[in-house]
Design a protein around this ligand. Structure first.
Ligand code: GN1
Ligand code: MG
Length: 360
């Protein structure tokens, strides 16, 4: 028998025939050709061809999202709001199944499905500052278009998701109670994280400040969560599972983390980890084209801090997971999460030295 925590390691999206049969009934598909799709670490995604229509099907990882109905409710709320007040916005709503339901529970496997938007595409790696601009504009637009919507109405699908104080605390616990051998092996990385504790203090000052505003925040602003048209213009944002009340530093931070470096968190050749300052400007230009008048001066003063905050948090999350035997992110090879943490530490190092000297 596998322990619960071990099961998470083996969380893979197997599409078994019996489940597919039930999905076909729920969505009224007479035939369906299913193939793997996307690179997310958490949910499993497939592309489904039904005659000449295409869909994106997702199984929600319930080890992480313990109450998938909260996500479903948020989708309904947002979908109604967009329909009523911004019908021109391309909101990629979940497809209705039997009885108008939008999510199906098959033996505690939760699935939902989206239309595949024709003539749209996603990008995995940001190649030029213009793409960074377009993506940042779309994330800014999403928040700004919802400025009249009361963010507090949204369910919190993952509590304390971007709470750096809590992440730091969890890291501290892992350093004491985690895998002993991994703790000694990660001595340098642990020390590095501890030497940057001032970032946690700055984050706490930021969120406690009266001018920091909670808004509708996406919380997963990687480039593959933006749909582009044929001319590489942004169309809209997708993957709304972590849309919750939050601070703008979450969205800007994850854009910095994932757009400004030519390689991803998976890169093992750390010499390739550099900061492209023109991409930082792209993010700023795109986001401000929608959010300039929404953010106050105090918030704008923390624009560059957003990158430090998020890169630091991701380094902590990967390292904590390594110390805890990879229970959250899983691993594809030995030391995977240690390498990911080292990668993010290197990125933070580059970010702090280059960005602050050039923009500070
Ligand atoms: C997870 O599954 P994916 O790639 O969309 C994680 C993000 C991390 C990211 C790192 C719910 O997102 O917070 O930044 O991995 N999402 C969750 O690759 O933990
Ligand atoms: Mg995601």
């Amino acid at each position: 028998m596998l322990k619960d925590t071990q099961k998470k390691l083996f969380y893979i999206g197997i599409m078994d025939e019996n489940i597919l049969q039930q999905l076909k009934i729920f969505y009224g598909w007479n035939e369906a050709i299913v193939s793997n799709f996307g690179t997310g670490l958490i949910n499993h995604t497939w592309k489904v061809m039904v005659n000449d229509e295409e869909f994106i099907l997702q199984k929600i990882n319930t080890h992480i999202f313990k109450q998938p109905e909260l996500i479903d409710d948020n989708f309904k709320l947002l979908s109604n709001y967009f329909n009523q007040y911004h019908p021109d916005y391309l909101f990629v709503a979940t497809v209705k199944g039997l009885d108008d339901e939008k999510m199906i529970n098959i033996n505690e496997n939760y699935f939902r499905c989206f239309p595949f938007i024709k003539n749209s595409h996603t990008i995995d790696v940001v190649q030029n500052p213009q793409q960074a601009y377009e993506a940042a504009k779309q994330f800014g637009k999403f928040t700004s278009i919802l400025n009249e919507f009361d963010a507090a109405r949204l369910n919190v699908s993952l509590s304390n998701f971007h709470d750096l104080s809590l992440r730091y605390h969890q890291f501290g616990k892992a350093v004491i109670n985690g895998n002993g051998q991994r703790i000694s092996e990660s001595k340098n990385e642990i020390q590095f994280i501890q030497s940057k504790e001032s970032i946690v203090k700055k984050y706490e000052n930021f969120i406690l400040h009266k001018e920091s505003k909670l808004r509708v925040t996406h919380h997963d602003t990687k480039i593959s969560n933006v749909l582009f048209d044929e001319n590489d213009k942004g169309l809209c944002v997708i993957d709304l599972d972590t849309v919750m009340p939050g601070y703008f530093i979450s969205d800007i931070g994850d854009m910095m983390r994932t757009y400004i470096c030519p390689v991803s968190e998976e890169e093992t050749d750390f010499d390739k980890i550099i900061v492209r300052t023109d991409f930082v400007k792209g993010i700023q230009g795109g986001y401000f084209s929608e959010m300039e008048n929404e953010l106050n001066l105090f918030e704008k003063d923390h624009f560059l801090f957003a990158g430090e905050f998020l890169i630091f948090m991701q380094a902590i999350r990967f390292l904590t997971d390594y110390l805890n035997n990879d229970v959250y992110y899983g691993k594809k090879y030995e030391k995977h999460n240690l390498i990911r943490a080292q990668n993010q530490i290197q990125l933070l190092h580059q970010y702090q030295s280059i960005v602050n000297s050039e923009f500070g």
